[in-house]
Write a protein that binds this ligand. Structure first.
Ligand SMILES: [Zn+2]
Ligand SMILES: [Zn+2]
Length: 261
C-alpha cells in the first residue's frame, strides 16, 4: 500500500500532465495563428520549459503549506477571533474578489523586491533570461523565486482570513486564485500579437507583460510588476503601456543550466 504522500505526489503529477496537455492544446495553436514574432523558433526551450513547469508547480505546494499554516496559526492567536469569524462568513465570491486585489498587491511588491534587492534578483533573473518570450516562460523561474513571490501574494490573503491553507479540506478561494493566476500567467507570456484596447488598463495583456521582459534599454526596465491588474502598477508608479511592442527581450548574462535539455 503506497503512503498517502506518494499517492498525493503521483496524483499531482497526473493532474499537472493533464493541465499541460490542455495548455498546449490552447496556446500552441494560438501562438501559431496569431504570432507576434512569426520568425521565432517554435520549439525554443520547450524541453526546459516543461521541466520548469513540473518543478515550479510541485515545489511551491510542498514548500508553502507549512509557512502558511504557521502564519495563519500565529495570526489567529494575535488577532481577535471575531475578526476571522466575520471575514470567513462572507460568501466565497466576496472573499475571492478581495483576495484577488489584496493578493495582487502582495505579489506586486514581492515581484518588485525581486528586481530591486540583489539577493532576490540573482534568483529572479532566470525568469528574464529568455530572448524569446512564449507561454511556457511563465513557469520558467528559480524555485526560490517562485516560492517567495507566491508567499508574498498569499500571505496577506491568509492573514486577512480570506482563505484557509490547503490542508485536508480544499478551500475554494486559494484553489480559484491558483487557477486564475496560472492560466492568466501563461496567457500574458504567450507570443500572441493581441491588444485588448481599454481593457489593458484593467487586466494584464501580453503587451503589458512583454514590456516587463524588454531588453530595449534601461529606461524601459523595472515596469509592469503586477501579475493580473495593471492599475496596481499605475497606483505605485511603475506602469508602462505604449501602443508598440518591445523589440528585444532578455538580460545580458545567461544563468540557467536547465537549458541544455
Ligand atoms: Zn520580473
Ligand atoms: Zn514574466
Amino acid at each position: 500500500m503506497p503512503s498517502p504522500s506518494i499517492t498525493s505526489f503521483v496524483t499531482d503529477v497526473f493532474r499537472l500532465t493533464i493541465w499541460l496537455l490542455l495548455l498546449m492544446a490552447i496556446f500552441m495553436p494560438l501562438e501559431r495563428l496569431f504570432p507576434l514574432h512569426p520568425q521565432r523558433n517554435m520549439r525554443s526551450r520547450l524541453g526546459s520549459g516543461i521541466i520548469y513547469y513540473f518543478l515550479n508547480n510541485l515545489l511551491p505546494k510542498l514548500l508553502l503549506t507549512m509557512p502558511l499554516l504557521l502564519l495563519t496559526g500565529l495570526a489567529h492567536r494575535l488577532v481577535p477571533l471575531g475578526f476571522y469569524q466575520h471575514t470567513e462568513s462572507w460568501p466565497w465570491y466576496v472573499r475571492l474578489s478581495l483576495a484577488l486585489v489584496i493578493g495582487e498587491i502582495g505579489a506586486y511588491w514581492g515581484h518588485r523586491w525581486s528586481h530591486q534587492v540583489p539577493f532576490l534578483w540573482q534568483f529572479h533573473v532566470l525568469h528574464h533570461e529568455p530572448e524569446e518570450v512564449n507561454w511556457l516562460v511563465h513557469t520558467r523561474a528559480h524555485p526560490v523565486d517562485m516560492v517567495f513571490t507566491r508567499f508574498c501574494g498569499l500571505a496577506p490573503v491568509y492573514l486577512l482570513g480570506l482563505a484557509q491553507p490547503q490542508g485536508h479540506n480544499v478551500d475554494l478561494v486559494p484553489a480559484l486564485l491558483s487557477i486564475i493566476g496560472s492560466i492568466w500567467g501563461f496567457f500574458i507570456h504567450a507570443d500572441i500579437g493581441w491588444r485588448l484596447g481599454p481593457l489593458e488598463w484593467v487586466i494584464a495583456s501580453p503587451a503589458f507583460h512583454h514590456w516587463h521582459h524588454t531588453n530595449d534599454g534601461q529606461e524601459f526596465v523595472n515596469k509592469n510588476f503586477s501579475p493580473l491588474l495593471p492599475w496596481v502598477d499605475s497606483l505605485f508608479g511603475t506602469l508602462y503601456l505604449p501602443n508598440s511592442w518591445p523589440t528585444k527581450y532578455g538580460v545580458d548574462s545567461p544563468t540557467s543550466p536547465v537549458d541544455h535539455y
